[in-house]
Design a protein around this ligand. Sequence first.
Ligand SMILES: Cc1cc2nc3c(=O)[nH]c(=O)nc-3n(C[C@H](O)[C@H](O)[C@H](O)COP(=O)(O)OP(=O)(O)OC[C@H]3O[C@@H](n4cnc5c(N)ncnc54)[C@H](O)[C@@H]3O)c2cc1C
Length: 325
Amino acid sequence: MREFKIAEPQTADEVAALLAEAPEAAALIAGGTDLLDELKSGVSTAGLLVDLRGLAGLAGITPEKGGLRIGAMTRIVELAEDAAVGRDHPSLKEAALSLATPQLRNVGTVGGNLCQRPRCWYYRDPQVVCRKKGGFNCFAYQGRNKYHAIFGGSGCFIVYPSDLAPALISLGATARIGTAKGDKVIPLEAFYAGPDVDVTHENVLAKGQFLKSVWVPAPKARQKSAYVKLKERGTWDFALVSAAVAGIVKDGGLAEISIVMGGVAPIPWRLKKAEDVLRGKPVTEAVVREAAGAALKDASPLRENGYKADLVYAVLKQAVMAVVA
Ligand SMILES: Cc1cc2nc3c(=O)[nH]c(=O)nc-3n(C[C@H](O)[C@H](O)[C@H](O)COP(=O)(O)OP(=O)(O)OC[C@H]3O[C@@H](n4cnc5c(N)ncnc54)[C@H](O)[C@@H]3O)c2cc1C
């Protein structure tokens, strides 16, 4: 394992300064459940770890501006067990409970989950220099691509692995980003960027910036939400395909609707065309099939992952039916 130094800043300004000014490659470390794997395998070559654990105010779930502020250092188990989250946002609770194992949820943080690196086996192999690591090829494109993207590939076909991200985006969450010039707040949906923007990163954080918290608006009247995750195994696993659906239930249908999928694209994937089909109609199996069909017009499955198209319909149906039930 490579040697690295650890910095233990006490304030958000110190974090931003350390990240911006470090002469060597620097990485933030929260719970370390993803980063330490990358360091041990040699995929990350960071020489400086900026430890977020000493910072006051980054952890915890608190009511704020008519919603909930969830600090980046909040542990996933705290999110899963929070009474207000369970009451107001069942999809978020379900997403938190569905991910990894109890041990990982005890250590892993919300910020780490939202900023974790992809699980693509070519990216995770230290011998392979793929496009995400500055190389010229995406080896998944013509190689083994059973678990890869069917939407938004654009030269790199990872899928973004976070379960929390689709749930939070469908609920209209915003992200608070710490920068050397103060905080900025953007929709969480805009926090993620595909390989067409910058193939080496999955989010818009610039050097020196970090995620401080996310904010979820309180549910509107008659708002319901659901998260459905299909996995290959009965035990812990990443999503093959998952769907987070949030909407206002009216007359057996959805007056407002937001659908975000995981496991299908390099970023959490919003299904706007499916939303358009579903909005304002009584939900039936035929309407859900039409909605999935509309979304799948944008899909480009690879050699081994055409099965994901069927899963898109299956998770969408389960999640939408759960919301209107
Ligand atoms: C066996 C296993 C199974 C898993 N299964 C699932 C699953 O089913 N679903 C799922 O969603 N996840 C899964 N994960 C991923 C797991 O949820 C993440 O490892 C964990 O959430 C990361 O949190 P952490 O605090 O340990 O992050 P760290 O490992 O400390 O950091 C992860 C990455 O995020 C960056 N980072 C951390 N905090 C911030 C911040 N505040 N701002 C900017 N960047 C930051 C780090 O630099 C690093 O690149 C699994 C992991 C393992 C090892």
